[in-house]
Design a protein around this ligand. Structure first.
Ligand code: URA
Length: 236
């Protein structure tokens, strides 16, 4: 079926992702989804993150599907109170099919562990785009838009208390806010009823190892402590 015909089947769907919402039309055929980014993926398409796997692994909604080894969907606890959204898979992630397993991911795990948050229990990790941009370039706006329905479904399904957006690309991809990450890191924002905090990208910390006051690592330490305090408040 041509993309135009598929679009007319689905119409335009509001991307409101409240956990209770389901916008899946009765005539919806999920088998059509991966073929064109013009075909919306309705909210409520997937009953679990596992159900997304066959679509993501065959997805060609953007050109990243042509060069990937693996699509990288997520890891951690799908019922976690914290959802971390990164920029996109790198080489290690592409090879393993798992997000945040390279050096930046290992540093992120250490940062989480410093306030007793475990990547297996307390956190679910994913990215704005599910396939590696060649040469680790920043994903384009079109690529991130094509992948966004998957991220929205992950947010709806995990239904976290807190969303952490690592780096400017994750912030822009989810919220559309184009401000630099150093301007907005550490600030709580409300996005569609979800409490989110933009934080520095761990790869940026790897390039800036100083721990002096106001250095990137020091700022991250302030942010992760604030995140721990907020989580404790929310779960008290
Ligand atoms: N690994 C990921 O999966 N995402 C990032 O943003 C960085 C490293």
């Amino acid at each position: 079926m041509a993309p135009e015909e598929q679009i007319s089947l689905f119409g335009s769907l509001e991307p409101s992702i409240s956990p209770a919402s389901s916008a899946v039309p009765a005539h919806f055929d999920p088998a059509l989804i991966p073929t064109s980014a013009k075909v919306p993926i309705p909210v409520g398409t997937y009953g679990s993150i596992d159900e997304m796997v066959p679509h993501c692994t065959t997805c060609h909604r953007c050109e990243l599907g042509q060069s990937r080894i693996n699509s990288v969907i997520g890891r951690g606890n799908p019922q976690a109170p914290i959802l971390v959204i990164g920029e996109g898979p790198g080489q290690n992630e592409d090879e393993t099919g798992l997000p945040f397993v390279g050096r930046a991911g290992q540093l992120l795990e250490k940062i989480l562990a410093s306030v007793k948050l475990s990547a297996e229990q307390d956190v679910y990790l994913c990215n704005i785009v599910k396939c590696r941009p060649p040469g680790n370039r920043t994903p384009t706006a079109d690529e991130s838009d094509a992948c966004k329905p998957y991220v929205l479904e992950q947010i709806r399904l995990v239904n976290p208390k807190i969303i952490l957006l690592t780096g400017a690309t994750a912030v822009r991809g989810l919220t559309g806010d184009k401000r630099g990450i150093t301007k907005i890191r550490g600030q709580w924002i409300d996005w569609q009823g979800y409490l989110c905090m933009p934080i520095l990208h761990p790869a940026y910390l790897l390039r800036n190892p100083s721990k002096e006051p106001n250095s990137p690592k020091w700022l991250m330490w302030q942010d992760i402590k604030a995140i721990r305090v907020k989580l404790d408040e929310l779960t008290a």
